[in-house]
Write a protein that binds this ligand. Structure first.
Ligand code: SF4
Length: 414
């Protein structure tokens, strides 16, 4: 029986893709191995949204290329093949299958059951290595020492498995000491509602990798939601590159989907991630009353505002003004305080002045998010902003990001 090895160095979406590839190969008679040397086929899912993730992905490819047998085939999938194929080619002659063309894996595998007939998975729970990598990577936020270790050994599944075990044990001991029982880790039921987006943000490499919007039909999503409820899930994460533009390519919309979803009886909460603020503004009349009316069914919303400066938002191509979204977020916070609002900021975008940075600080203070993550701007290959003038000095970006971390309780992510 032929053997395969998979590794995901990407986000939750690429993690779900990796589990779908595992299912596909197993249903076509392949056997999963956790030993690189014994694999006939190796599939590495990559990320290129920020340089650090690109480096981790390249390390995973290099590690696999070094350890693999001479006869085995190495396939690189995920976003990096469309964002920076040159960097991958420098490591060797591998088969590149970008995420958007993943069905092309059929040409390589010549399967009985084609890839398109394999259903997208709803949880990373079944993918131990996928989950371990994502959990272990989240520890990098908490410790620079761990981040250095992760950057060195993160592609080794034994390292990530041990990290997760140690993390859980430390949490357990902390819980014992504080007398607080640690909340049970409740697995999310992930529903990919669409792929791609309708925007063209100047800094974004993901757009180059994933492309335009392709929404799934409402019925398919609602069926999947009901299946998750039947399987006892209580937390549902709606995912896409931009959940806000869901359905605009198929005559539907996120408010329309949520209205139908909230009409389903049951004890559940929904998480809406990667919701571009421009759609919260354009869908305000429909969506905000719906959220307030169903606030007990909404656990959190992740709305990446990126900046509080109108000048920066315009240069980034975000298609909205800061005050428009600020007013709406303040209203949601006032009328539905149980909904946790998270956001992310991009600090140091070309042309950002101290004045722009002050506007961003005022914005964050004005809303009061439950969590703010910070990304330090960096040029990504072939993005419009990489060709812009007025690049901000590295030490200025560092100083601004550090200020947010030390004085405004933000997490520096990249
Ligand atoms: S909405 Fe903007 S940041 Fe998000 S995937 Fe699309 S182009 Fe990238």
């Amino acid at each position: 029986m032929k053997r395969f090895y998979t590794f995901n160095a990407g986000c939750i979406r690429r993690g779900l893709d990796t589990i779908r590839i595992q299912e596909y190969l197993q249903r076509n008679g392949w056997k999963l191995t956790r030993r690189l040397m014994s694999a006939d086929l190796i599939v590495i899912a990559t990320c290129g949204v920020v340089h650090a993730n690109e480096i981790n992905s390249l390390r995973a490819i290099e590690h696999a290329a070094r350890k693999k047998s001479a006869s085995s085939r190495l396939v690189v999938t995920g976003c990096l093949p469309n964002i920076n194929p040159v960097a991958i080619r420098l490591l060797g002659d591998f088969t590149l299958i970008p995420t958007v063309d993943i069905e092309n894996i059929d040409k390589l595998v010549k399967p009985g059951i084609p890839f398109k007939h394999i259903k997208a998975p709803d949880s990373v729970k079944s993918g131990r290595d996928v989950t371990n990598y994502l959990v272990a990577r989240s520890f990098c936020r908490k410790s620079l020492i761990y981040k250095a270790l992760f950057n060195r050994f993160g592609m080794n599944s034994n390292f990530t498995a041990t990290s997760v075990l140690v993390g859980k044990s430390l949490k357990y001991i902390k819980g014992l000491r504080s007398g607080h029982r640690n909340p049970k880790i409740v697995p999310y039921y992930n529903i990919a509602i669409a792929r791609g987006c309708l925007s063209a943000c100047a800094f974004c490499a993901t757009k180059l990798a994933i492309g335009g919007l392709r929404s799934r039909p409402e019925e398919e999503i609602l069926d999947e939601f009901k299946k998750g409820l039947d399987r006892g899930y209580g937390i549902f994460q709606l995912i896409s590159e931009d959940t806000g533009c869901y359905g605009l390519d198929i005559g539907s919309s996120l408010p329309s989907l949520l209205r139908k979803l909230f009409s389903i009886e049951g004890n559940y909460k929904v998480m809406i991630i990667d919701y571009h603020p421009r759609w919260l503004i354009s869908q305000y009349r429909e969506l905000v009353p719906l959220l307030i009316e169903n606030r007990s069914k909404v656990r959190e919303m992740f709305i990446p505002v990126q900046s509080g400066s109108d000048r920066m938002l315009e240069l980034m191509g975000r298609n909205h003004r800061a005050n428009e979204i600020k007013a709406i977020l303040q209203e949601v916070k006032e009328k539905a305080p149980c909904i946790s609002l998270r956001t992310s900021l991009l600090i140091g975008f070309p042309g950002e002045t101290e004045e722009d940075f002050e506007a961003t600080k005022d914005f964050i203070r004005g809303v009061g998010f439950s969590e703010v993550t910070v990304n330090r701007y960096e040029d990504r290959p072939n993005t419009p902003s990489s060709k812009m003038q007025g690049k901000v000095e590295g030490k200025t970006i560092e100083r601004r990001a550090k200020f947010l971390a030390e004085h405004m309780n933000c997490h520096i992510l990249s």
